[in-house]
Design a protein around this ligand. Sequence first.
Ligand code: G6P
Length: 362
Amino acid sequence: QFAQKDGFRFFMEKEIYEQSDVVVDCMLGRLSDDEILFDEIDKSLIKGINEIKICACGTSYHSGLTASYLFERLSKVKCNVEIASEFRYKEPLLTKDTLFIVISQSGETADTLEALKMAKAAGLKSLVICNVDNSSMTRTADATILTRAGIEKGVASTKAFTTQTVVLWMLALYFGKAKNVLGSDKLQSELHALREVPKSLIIDDSMHEKTKRLSKRYLHGHGFFFIGRDVFFPLALEGALKLKEISYLHAEGYPAGEMKHGPIALADPELFTIALMPQNLLYDKIKSNVEELSARDSTICSISPLDFDLSDDFIKINETDHYMLEFFEMLIALQLLSMEISVRLGNDVDMPRNLAKSVTVE
Ligand code: G6P
């Protein structure tokens, strides 16, 4: 068993460290000098599409939410995202100019699979972004894009999320190019950033050490708010989910600008705020949100390339020139922090209580 973990303590740790390599596989053959290539997609799949609807569960839902920002920003296509178990029973209105995208690591999650079948029955074109070839979803959808993350054993998903997000970012660019809404300069700079993703996922020892040190105090947190704006909001949700899954601590992800509409009432020194503060997107906005929390004595841990004087703790990420690279740098910090808190609490990191890797019941 030890050998399988290649010297790492847990599968989750191994999978966190593998992310830089698996995204290379994920992008292989899909990134040319001036465009994104998806052999898996037939042009007819996107012909006449005016809207994208994404359905997923758990961590895969968070990559879907991230993608909704990217699709509207880069492809100028309306995009909405739903949790599969909600979508199924709400009598959704489906129109045939909508591309239905499901996202799933396993390809077997019951609610997501049923949502896909509903969309198919309504005559929608469908695409699955999946890590397991020949799974129920890949057999059902019109088209499949495989994430090529390799087998993921840790129940808490890490590399599957990363590769899903990379595929979705590439897909947003693919759509943008096909729809002619992306200028060539913009496309070039996005492609350049994509090529930098593997680098942004390389783990600095100093960052890992920092999360180990922080875990000593953070395991005593009574409640955690992970906050961010734009794509850093779904990332905040994902950070909170990781902590819940393996540490059993109460954590919520929240849009930073929404804290003042209720949750800020909880602020006191026992409330730990994990603030995602990218340099390249809405820095001043998030800064003022964090200032409000700091003024109410919440303990603040900022994850950012920039030191921020109101932070009690600071996890430094590398400076980059694209917010999505900051996204991946922060993701690593969030994954490591949850894992180290879980380790210190003596929990089973790879097999947390009450959870299953794949949920094939409703
Ligand atoms: C389970 C797992 C989660 C996962 C979710 C969706 O709850 O514990 O880690 O995100 O299912 O799984 P899927 O395979 O559809 O991505």
